[in-house]
Design a protein around this ligand. Structure first.
Ligand SMILES: *[C@@H]1O[C@H](CO)[C@@H](O)[C@H](O)[C@H]1NC(C)=O
Ligand SMILES: *[C@@H]1O[C@H](CO)[C@@H](O)[C@H](O)[C@H]1NC(C)=O
Ligand SMILES: *[C@@H]1O[C@H](CO)[C@@H](O)[C@H](O)[C@H]1NC(C)=O
Ligand SMILES: *[C@@H]1O[C@H](CO)[C@@H](O)[C@H](O)[C@H]1NC(C)=O
Length: 199
């Protein structure tokens, strides 16, 4: 069984020839900003050598969990600006109604050298972590917050320095996501094709 990576409702690439055991996640259709799942957020262990300077710059969103927090749904590019205490992130792209959109976000370093940032999802304080990156090709990001003591709201993103990303790197992110309980069947590709007008 392969896991489909879906773009705009269509299967884009079947990535892995492995069967991923999707955590017993009971996705609830709800009114949350991200993916609402039963259970509590995991405690994510991270390496201690994260280089903020190397992570700065532009990242294309090649996929992730759909969420209602981001205004941009297509052609999304993030610009990570190193603030010395984390990042200022400006997102540009195309909104659901087809209009260009800009949104920004502040990420504040919790412990220097560790890719754990505090941020806000609307009014809720949440953590954003970089689960994996090689700084020059790909990055896998994750945010989670607990909700009403019984559920968690999850966000996940696959970033690339280019508008495309190899299957192997997408698969690396999927492994990271599985480890923190992201139901990877819910991952969707983000359109980054010619209509985006990237160079
Ligand atoms: C969904 O959220 C909106 C605003 O965030 C709120 O006005 C509405 O009442 C909520 N609906 C439900 C069913 O919780
Ligand atoms: C972090 O990366 C920058 C440039 O990418 C480099 O100049 C710097 O030495 C690195 N810092 C550490 C602590 O490795
Ligand atoms: C994203 O762009 C593609 C290609 O132009 C289009 O088919 C799709 O409807 C867009 N998706 C959204 C959510 O606007
Ligand atoms: C960040 O976005 C908000 C809302 O769109 C805007 O009001 C603000 O000026 C932006 N800040 C910067 C520094 O771009």
């Amino acid at each position: 069984m392969s896991t489909p990576f879906v773009f705009s409702g269509q299967v884009m690439v079947a990535i892995l020839a492995l069967t991923w055991t999707v955590a017993q996640s009971q996705s609830i259709t709800g009114n949350s900003t991200g993916l609402l799942v039963k259970g509590l957020c995991p405690i994510v262990k991270l390496a201690k050598n994260f280089n903020t300077t190397s992570f700065a710059g532009s990242w294309y969103r090649v996929g992730g969990l759909p969420n209602y927090e981001e205004r941009s749904v297509n052609c999304t590019i993030y610009n990570y600006v190193d603030t010395g205490s984390g990042f200022f992130v400006e997102s540009t792209g195309v909104a659901r109604n087809g209009d260009p959109t800009i949104q920004n976000k502040t990420l504040v370093t919790v412990t220097p050298g560790i890719a754990r940032y505090s941020t806000h999802v609307r009014d809720i304080e949440a953590e954003m972590v970089v689960l994996g990156t090689d700084f020059v090709t790909y990055a896998c990001l994750f945010t989670c917050y607990n909700f009403q003591g019984t559920h968690k709201v999850m966000f996940a993103w696959i970033f690339s320095r280019k508008s495309t990303l190899s299957r192997a790197n997408i698969a690396l992110c999927q492994k990271h996501f599985v480890a923190v309980g992201v139901p990877i069947n819910n991952l969707r590709g983000t359109y980054q094709g010619p209509k985006c007008g990237h160079q």
